[in-house]
Design a binder for this molecule. Structure first.
Ligand SMILES: [Fe+2]
Length: 449
């Protein structure tokens, strides 16, 4: 099959949550779980689980006091003053929480201008754009508005992604360069005041059963699956870069390795006004949902505790109460702020958009330069030229005929770099960074530069 042809079906955001593959949750998962537990040892698992619940209790009391302030925040100017790096104390906090807000990455006027441009783009094509929900879209199946294309390669946004990508590490020989962010072209949200349709319950993106089923993805959770969850390092990319996070061609499957999911806010939104909610305990929540299907009550069944082939990982009050009870709304964000949350992070969206204005954002994750991401950029580049839907998303192709969509001619120098039109410098000063050179050479070769 031509690698440039998308195999997704038409749809919208909801497609990622509805699976056509439920029948594939078969006995093979019972066998897989038993195999994992026989290696791990039932006593070791039970002991690890009990320690985890105790730690949840301790952290729960802290989260109760902190509420939204559990989510670390920093000003973009402070980051710049510190040469684009986080202070050790702040970094420690991000590593514990798994999320952060960087304030004023873009100026308010610039962010609001993006919003006006997007609204104009939408109003130019009434009835031609798919979205969720179908009858009154709040999340639009749009990828190529000029504002989105500009935001993904905005100098400040790239500095922010460089900082968060560098929270991660990998083996020196692993082909990855955290200093460059390539573009992952996702959609956007213009959530209207009073909307109640865009409610998302607690979930995790980046596949579901794949975390146990794919051997390479499972290695990311080796420490948890050997009963030593305390030593789990959520920021080790060594096995992420080859993990298969989408074994079932899921509509919400992500072909790229995202260190953090993210959005650029285009509105002022406070807690309770329809904002993002997160469980700001990345190591604990990951240990919890990875161990959960292995416990006694589920070990003899094919159930994977909210993981269903072809959909996102659902986090449920009945099965994951400690996680759900420790989910908080993020603090107030304003136009130009960036929100980032770890790729294993449990998150949700508040049910009602109570903000005085709209609640709007451009979804843009942090996606470092590595072969997995470059392979997708090649396909995405083709989609951009044609104005087609990028390959990870429901195949709507709404923008193909839009004369006002962005085209390669609109790309700045940075835009050309993040979208796969410019060559990466293969000369790396530090000879110990073999993996960086490998990532850049691979990119230049695959992109034909
Ligand atoms: Fe999500």
């Amino acid at each position: 099959m031509n690698n440039y042809v998308s195999t997704k079906r038409p749809g919208n955001l909801q497609s990622a949550f509805n699976s056509d593959c439920k029948h594939l949750l078969t006995d093979k998962f019972t066998k897989l779980k038993k195999q994992i537990v026989s290696q791990l040892g039932r006593d070791t698992l039970n002991s690890a689980w009990n320690r985890l619940l105790k730690q949840f209790e301790i952290e729960a009391s802290i989260i109760k006091k902190l509420g939204s302030n559990s989510v670390p925040q920093i000003g973009f100017d402070e980051l710049c003053k510190n040469e684009g790096k986080f202070s050790p104390d702040f970094e420690k906090e991000i590593r514990k929480r798994g999320c952060l807000i960087i304030k004023n990455v873009l100026g308010v006027d610039e962010a609001l201008k993006y919003k006006e441009d997007v609204k104009k783009y939408i109003s130019n094509h009434v009835g031609e754009i798919a979205g969720f929900p179908d009858n009154n879209p709040q999340v639009w199946e749009l990828y190529w508005s000029k504002a989105q294309v500009a935001a993904r390669s905005h100098q400040n946004f790239l500095l922010a992604t460089k900082a968060v990508n560098n929270l991660w590490h990998a083996e020196p020989t692993a082909a990855i360069d955290f200093s460059y962010n390539v573009a992952y072209c996702d959609r956007l949200r213009i959530r209207q005041k009073g909307d109640t349709s865009f409610t998302l319950n607690e979930h995790i993106d980046g596949g579901s059963v794949e975390r146990w089923e794919d051997p390479e993805y499972r290695k990311c959770f080796d420490k948890i699956l050997s009963g030593e969850w305390e030593d789990h390092d959520p920021f080790d990319a060594s096995h992420r870069i080859s993990a298969n996070m989408d074994l079932y061609n899921c509509s919400g499957g992500c072909s790229m390795f995202r260190t953090f999911q993210g959005f650029l806010s285009l509105s002022t939104v406070k807690p309770g006004e329809g904002t993002l909610r997160v469980c700001p305990l990345i190591k604990l929540s990951t240990a919890y949902f990875i161990m959960r299907p292995l416990l006694d009550d589920l070990i003899d069944s094919k159930e994977m505790a909210g993981a269903i082939p072809g959909a996102q990982q659902h986090i449920l009050p009945s099965l994951h109460p400690h996680i759900v009870n420790n989910v908080v709304s993020i603090p107030e964000v304003g136009p130009g702020d960036c929100v980032f949350w770890h790729c294993d992070m449990v998150h949700a969206v508040e049910g009602v958009c109570n903000s005085p204005d709209d609640s709007s954002a451009l979804y843009i994750p942090a996606t470092p330069l590595c072969p997995k991401n470059v392979d997708y950029v090649v396909r995405q580049r083709h989609a951009f030229i044609a104005g087609e839907t990028p390959h990870d998303f429901p195949l709507n192709n709404c923008e193909v005929t839009f004369p006002d969509r962005a085209t390669p001619e609109d790309l700045t120098e940075l835009g050309k770099l993040v979208m796969g039109w410019s060559k990466y410098d293969e000369l790396v000063e530090d000879e110990g960074q073999i993996g960086v050179t490998l990532a850049r050479k691979y990119a230049n070769e695959i992109l034909g530069l």
